[in-house]
Design a protein around this ligand. Structure first.
Ligand code: HEC
Length: 267
């Protein structure tokens, strides 16, 4: 009797947990998408990274920080503006020009005052808000999260980010209570997001002549932010490949040694 009761309570608990989870976190799976960086040999599309950085700068930087990245990271090996002529990204003129566009708070000076100066490659990307409270106050109480590791910090990573950015515009189902300041986006857990839609065709003009459709911007931005989340991915995959090659050769050598040692032994 006791056993049956325990089993019954356990089953009811499990059902309640499942029901609660699906009610709280109902969302649509991201659209499947193949990126150039997928798979063991995948690499980043450099043009897309550069355009994606431009999208971040022009649109997202108004609300989202990128605080784990320093400006010089853009010019490091594997970065969007890496130039082999400048192994030290601090010397890279493109990176220096990007840094100089920012105004950075520095100090204190000899009078104890903080002052502003043009950015340097060694600076981190300045945040749009002084602190989280200010960020919330500017966005109806919702805090725009830092984007430096966003594709690693979300389930489904890069495809999620792409789908989320393109996921606006559908009619919300009846059971969703669309309050002012919230937008329906089926890819966001719960379906209601405090971020307004960001992309529409032709919103930006790319320097390389690529047509800035919403689709293209979402792709470029996702490539850039995935690089930001995992800046050493290419080197890591290269190293992994070398290690596999080394192990393969070692395997052959060991087998040859084994044959040699046991050559005269009956076994
Ligand atoms: C007007 C301000 C604003 C702009 C501009 C903006 N966002 Fe947001 N974003 C927000 C807010 C507010 C949230 C928090 C939403 C929430 O919690 O409901 C958010 C949340 C997000 C999230 C987190 C979603 C999650 O799963 O938690 C991502 C990713 C994101 N934004 C990406 C971007 C990108 C990429 C851009 C540039 C193309 C951008 N945002 C531009 C305000 C903005």
């Amino acid at each position: 009797m006791r056993l049956i009761r325990t089993l019954f309570i356990a089953a009811a608990g499990a059902l309640a947990a499942v029901g609660f989870a699906s009610a709280a976190g109902e969302y649509r799976k991201p659209e499947p998408f193949t990126f150039s960086f997928d798979g063991p040999f995948g690499t980043f599309d450099r043009g897309a990274m550069q355009r994606g950085f431009y999208v971040y700068q022009q649109i997202c930087a108004a609300c989202h920080s990128l605080e784990h990245l320093a400006i010089r990271h853009l010019g490091q090996r594997g970065g969007p503006f890496h130039d082999p002529a400048y192994p030290n990204p601090n010397d890279n003129p493109v990176v220096r020009a990007i840094a100089a566009e920012y105004i950075v708070e520095d100090g204190p000076d000899e009078f104890g005052e903080m002052f502003e100066r043009p950015g340097r490659p060694s600076d981190r990307f300045p945040s749009p808000y002084a602190n989280e409270q200010q960020g919330r106050a500017a966005n109806n109480g919702a805090y725009p999260p830092d984007l430096s590791i966003i594709t690693r910090a979300r389930h489904y990573g890069a495809p999620y980010l792409r789908s989320l950015m393109l996921g606006y515009g559908e009619e919300a189902p009846d059971y969703i209570d669309l309050r002012p300041g919230l937008y329906y986006n089926p890819y966001f857990p719960g379906g209601l997001i405090a971020m307004p839609p960001q992309f529409e065709d032709g919103l930006l003009e790319y320097a390389d002549g690529t047509e800035a459709t919403a689709e293209q911007m979402a792709y470029d931005l996702t490539v850039f932010l995935h690089w930001a989340s995992d800046p050493h991915m290419e080197q890591r995959k290269q190293l992994g490949l070398m290690v596999m090659l080394y192990l393969l050769i070692l395997c052959g050598l060991l087998y040859a040694t084994y044959r040699q040692i046991w050559r005269k032994v009956e076994h």
